[in-house]
Design a protein around this ligand. Structure first.
Ligand SMILES: C[S@@+](CC[C@H](N)C(=O)[O-])C[C@H]1O[C@@H](n2cnc3c(N)ncnc32)[C@H](O)[C@@H]1O
Length: 439
């Protein structure tokens, strides 16, 4: 049942009532009979068709489904004409198409197609409208060099885009500018709409992390009505804009030292109609001359925003204090952190969380179940441990900067994304208040 090109014109499916879909799916998956390449389809009469592998489904499975898996369910075999590819199948289709196109094109240029070349093709990328951003780990084989520049046009065509760029490493110079090279096309400007906010920027000059979307959404929902905010690492406005557009901030001071990001930030503030409530401070935020103005400071820099902590403390209002949102990459190697917090001297002095249960269970010798629970908990313990030490250090800084004692309190620890194996990007919401003067 295959058309030219490998796409089937029909697949066998087992049809049942919608309320039994989940049970059917689980059974078919367990029996390795579910066709994952095609979508489960809703039929015109309200029933649901689950595609299965092979030419038919043996009667024994139909019996099982009817009598044991979902008693009382209608269970009939049917054919799905023109089946739609599943999301998973769609995901790998472009990579496959690229492989076919490239092998044909390369051979046409007298170069032998090899396993090395195939392994060097990209398998994942970032799509920004009609621009595709490739990761740095592809097209590294020397043979590709001789095929440039036509090579890039061919890749772009195969992947259905007009522009192509390739990422290098993020420069460790603080600008977080990715070394992106435009391979095909005449400019790197792209546009995104996130949560109703429009962002435009040049991918060759500024970074954009799709992984930060959860934090952008969270920021958008924070109660900032009437507040003055400072965004110490504003970039193109990833957080400045949600603070202004959705969270109701009265005013944002946005700090940014990358001139290209500043151009994009200015444009994005205009485009979203909030430029009158934002002042951009171009340059190194550590040299900012402002103090005693902020209800909230956002420190959105990873791997760490520690260099911005002193200025953040200086910016908080001396009378009421405020909240810091501190980003950090935290490492947590499973197994390394099994020792519960509270055992070291520093932690004994500062650790705020009771750890009794963990200690007792551990001493009795961990079962496998408990051990895996402990490992996943250990990841969180690393976050808590880092947050506790940040809290202590910020309290000290606040006292130094303002010349009087402050109280700090961990409000929340928010995971943003997994940055690398065993490295999590998290955000600590820290409340900082000046202690009332007694007597
Ligand atoms: C990670 S990027 C953008 C951050 C954005 N908040 C996010 O998470 O998507 C950090 C930005 O901070 C800027 N930056 C880093 N250090 C800075 C400093 N000392 N002063 C001003 N801007 C700085 C970089 O140029 C970059 O645009």
């Amino acid at each position: 049942m295959e058309r030219e090109g490998g796409k089937p014109v029909a697949v066998v499916a087992v049809v049942t009532e919608p309320r039994f879909t989940q049970r059917y799916r689980e059974y078919l998956e367990k029996q390795k009979l579910l066709d994952r390449q095609h979508r489960v389809e809703k039929m015109p009469d309200g029933t649901v068709a689950l595609p299965v592998l092979g030419e038919t489904l043996p009667e024994q499975h139909l019996q099982e489904l009817r009598t044991r898996v979902a008693p009382g369910s209608t269970c009939v075999l049917s054919q799905l004409r023109d089946p739609r590819p599943s999301k998973a199948a769609q995901g790998c289709a472009p990579a496959r198409r690229l492989c076919l196109e490239m092998s044909r094109w390369v051979e046409g240029r007298g170069v032998t197609w090899s396993a090395e070349l195939e392994a060097d093709l990209p398998r994942s990328w970032q799509r920004h409208g009609d621009l595709l951003l490739l990761n740095e780990d592809c097209f590294q084989n020397k043979q590709w060099k001789n095929l440039e520049p036509e090579l890039w046009e061919t890749v772009a065509l195969a992947l259905g885009v007009q522009r192509l760029a390739k990422r290098g490493r993020v420069f460790p110079n603080g600008t977080r500018t990715p070394a992106v090279t435009l391979l095909h096309g005449d400019h790197g400007w792209v546009e995104h709409v996130d949560n109703g906010i429009r962002y435009k920027f040049d991918v060759t000059q500024c970074m954009f992390s799709f992984g930060n979307i959860t934090e952008k959404l969270r920021v958008a929902s924070l109660p900032c009505a009437g507040e003055v905010l400072v965004d110490l690492y504003a970039g193109i406005g990833y957080f400045t804009l949600p603070f202004l557009v959705h969270a109701g901030a009265a005013f944002v001071h946005a700090c940014e030292w990358n001139p290209q990001a500043v151009v994009a930030l200015r444009n994005n503030l205009e485009m979203n109609g909030v430029a009158d409530r934002c002042q951009i401070h171009v340059g190194d935020n550590r040299k900012l001359k402002l103090s005693n103005i902020a209800d909230r400071v956002n420190l959105g820099l990873i791997p760490s925003s520690e260099e911005g902590w002193p200025i953040a403390c200086q910016l908080l209002r001396r009378d009421t204090g405020g909240i810091l949102h501190i980003h950090q990459n935290v490492e947590s190697f499973p197994g390394k952190n099994l020792q519960p917090p509270g055992s070291s001297k520093m932690e004994k002095e500062h650790w705020p969380y009771p750890q009794k249960i963990i200690t007792n269970e551990w001493e009795n010798g961990p079962t496998r179940d408990f051990r895996s629970k402990l490992l996943s908990r250990a990841t969180k313990l690393e976050w808590q441990r880092w947050a506790a030490s940040a809290e202590t250090r910020i309290a000290i800084l606040l006292q130094q900067v303002h010349g009087k004692p402050w109280k700090t309190q961990i409000l929340h620890i928010q995971p943003v994304k997994s940055y690398a194996p065993h490295v999590d990007h998290i955000v600590l919401d820290l409340e900082c208040r000046p202690c009332p003067i007694v007597g």
